[in-house]
Design a protein around this ligand. Structure first.
Ligand code: PLP
Length: 219
């Protein structure tokens, strides 16, 4: 699918589900994609991209940001504490605040750097052992803790379990966000972004539907 097709689908879903038209932010997930494909999207005017590894993001986005105006980079993958500083230097948003230690690291570096990307707290809505994210019943307290450290937490993010109905997880994330008083929801990927929009997504993370299947990571 082309970017234009995806954008049309987003508009149609917004209209169908009575969401603000144009209110959904499309994050084009460019991880592991050949640079030519990413450049095509940039030349078509798209400016909002997502990466899930700091090192990979660092290898391409500072350069693209020099070449193209107003590029916005979202980090959407698990963040190791020792990469917090680099992440904060290169990203405009971080979607994966998922533990106390990382929150403290972000708060400390905010003082030092004098700035912090926009943050989302990742919630492990399926309480999956192998997945990062704060457990649903701890999310509200964790968000409060982050806000008390003056971290700019704007919303919540989730990745539903592979073999479960995503709707249940989107609905749960929405409910938790309301309890927390947070307005933004990062949820929905290539296969379910329209559904996510129907449940209130403000940020959708779409990779393969835009760029094609990912080639295997060289790492
Ligand atoms: C890779 C990735 C996506 C995009 O996945 P697609 O199925 O290619 O759309 C979205 N969110 C996260 C966290 C990812 O790692």
């Amino acid at each position: 699918m082309s970017l234009v097709d995806i954008k049309e689908k987003i508009l149609a879903a917004e209209k169908k589900h009575n969401r603000a038209v144009g209110g959904t932010t499309l994050i084009a997930v460019s991880k592991v994609q050949p640079l030519e494909r990413v450049e095509i999207a940039l030349k078509e005017g798209h400016r909002i991209f997502g990466e899930n590894r700091v090192q990979e993001a660092q290898s391409k986005w500072p350069l693209f940001k020099e070449q193209y105006d107003n590029v916005e980079l979202h980090l959407i993958g698990p963040l190791q504490t020792n990469k917090t500083r680099v992440a904060m230097e290169i990203a405009d948003s971080i979607h994966t605040v998922d533990r106390h230690k990382l929150a403290r690291s972000l708060a400390r570096l905010t003082q030092e750097l004098g700035k912090c990307p926009k943050l989302f707290v990742q919630v492990n809505t399926g309480d999956e052992e192998q997945k990062s994210g704060i457990s649903p019943n701890e999310a509200e307290n964790f968000v409060k803790e982050c806000l008390s450290m003056d971290l700019p937490v704007k919303g919540l993010m989730c990745i539903p379990p592979i073999n479960e109905e995503a709707s249940l997880h989107f609905a749960l994330l929405k409910k938790i966000s309301e309890n927390c008083g947070l307005a933004q929801l990062s949820m929905g990927m290539s296969d379910d972004f329209e559904k996510a929009i129907s449940f209130g997504a403000t940020h959708i993370r779409v990779g393969s539907a835009i760029f094609g299947e990912r080639l295997k990571s060289p790492e």
